[in-house]
Design a protein around this ligand. Sequence first.
Ligand SMILES: Cc1ncc(COP(=O)(O)O)c(C=O)c1O
Length: 485
Amino acid sequence: MLSAKVPLDELGDDRSVVPTYASRGLAGPVLRDEMPEEGMDPAAAYQLVHDELSLDGNPTLNLATFVTTWMDDGANRLMAETLNKNAIDWDEYPQTVELQDRCVGMLARLFSSPEEHRSVGCATVGSSEAIHLGGLAMKWRWRAARRAAGQPEDRPNLVMGANVQVCWEKFARYFDVEPRFVPLTEDRFVIGVDEAMAMVDERTIGVVGILGSTYTGEYEPIAELAAALDRRCAEDGLDVPIHVDAASGGFVAPFLQPELAWDFRLERVRSINVSGHKYGLVYPGVGWIIWRDEHDLPEELIFEVDYLGGSHANFSLNFSRGASQIVAQYYNLVRLGRSGYREVMEALAGTARWIAGELAKRPDVRVVASGTDLPVVCFSLVGAPPVSVFSLSALLRQRGWIVPAYKMAPDAEQVEVLRVVVREGLSRDLAAALVGDIGAAIDQLAAGAPPAHPRAPAAAPARAARRVRTRATRPRPDAKTRAVC
Ligand SMILES: Cc1ncc(COP(=O)(O)O)c(C=O)c1O
C-alpha cells in the first residue's frame, strides 16, 4: 500500500486520534499524521494502537487470503525469540543462515531436483520478490545467449496467462520486458498451450506456468507446456525455459498430487517460486526461489557483499529482513515432515470439497473450482436473474466472512465469481456455518432485500486521501477483475 502525506489544510480540524481512556493515561488528543512532540506511557500507546486495529477484519474469517493466519505454539515462541534478528547479518547469526540453507535443500528435493544437479536458491520476502529474481535470471540468460549468437538483445518478452498475479505485470514493467498475455476464454481460466506457443518467438525469455491460479486455484498444464516447448526446440532450435509460479501449489501438489509432473522432473522447468507464507504454513513474510542448477542463475546477478565482518553471496531485491519467518519455515518442515504436511493438505482439501459439494446442491450456484487442485472453492451465481456476486460478498461481510468477489481476467471478464481459500483455522464447523450463511444471503438477495451496507463503510475523506493512487496503481476500468491473494 502506497500512502501519502495529506496537507494539513485539507485535514482541517481532523488531525487527532481522540482517546477513549481519558483518565487512564490518555488525557488529551493524540496527533494522527504529525509526530507528537512528547511520547506517552507504553501501556496507553499499546491500548491506543491495539484498539484502532480492531477495525480490521478477523483473520480467521478472512477467506480471501492464501496467507497463513494460524501457527502453533512452538512456531509462535520461536518467531518471538527471533524477531530481533536480521537475516542478512550472516556473520552474526550463522545458524539462521544454516537453517535457510537447509530449507533450500529440502525444497529443492521436494521439487524433485535431480541429485546430480547443484540446485541453488534463497529465501525472499514472498513469491513476488522470488518472481522478480526468477524473471531477472531468465532475462539475463536470454541476453547472454543472444550476445553469444551475435543477435540484438532488445525487446525481450515473457509469455504467460492473463490470469497471472499482479507481481508478473510488475516484473515486466519494472524490468522492461514485454508481457505477452494469453487471453482466457469463457470456459478456460488458465493458459492455453497452443495459444502460448503462438506467442513464443526468438525474443521470449521464458514461459510462466502457474501451479495454482490466484483466480480459481486450478493448476496450469505445465507438462503440456514443457512438451510443446520441447517440440518447438526440436523444430526451430528455440530453447525457451519455463518458470513455475508455485506460490500456492508448491506446498500442495507434492503432498496431494505426488504423481503430477510439474517440477524439476521436467527438464524445461529451470526455476520455481513458492510462498512459504501460503501453504508453507508460515506467517506473512517468506517466499522461496529455487533454480534447477547453479548455471540457471547467471553469475553477474550475484553480489559478493562484504558486510559486518564477512563476505557472502547475495541475490535479492531487499537487504535487511526479519529472520523469524525463515526460522518458522524450518520449524514447520521438521515439525510436520512430509506426512504432517500431507495430513494438513488432505484435511484442507477435504473441507474444500465438502464446501463445494454443499454449494453445488443449490440450483443458483455453479461451482467453477471444487478443491481438486488447490484447496480453493470458486463459484458463480446463476439464478434467474442471478444475484450479484458483489452484493453477496458485501452481505457476507456483515456476518464477518471475508469472501472476495471479482471478475475473471481478460478475456473472461464476463464471468463473475466468489472464492473461498481453505486454510488451517477453517474447521468443518466453521465451514458449515459459512455454507449456511452463503445460502441465507443468496436467498435474502434473491428476495430483493439489498444488503444494508452494499460495501464496507467508506473511509473518512482524510483517511482515504492518505492512500495514493498513481497512474500505475490506479485500478483499471475493470477494477474488480483483480483476484486478491
Ligand atoms: C500465483 C501467485 N503468484 C504470486 C503471488 C504473489 O505472492 P506473494 O504474496 O507471496 O508475494 C500470488 C499471491 O497470491 C499468487 O497467487
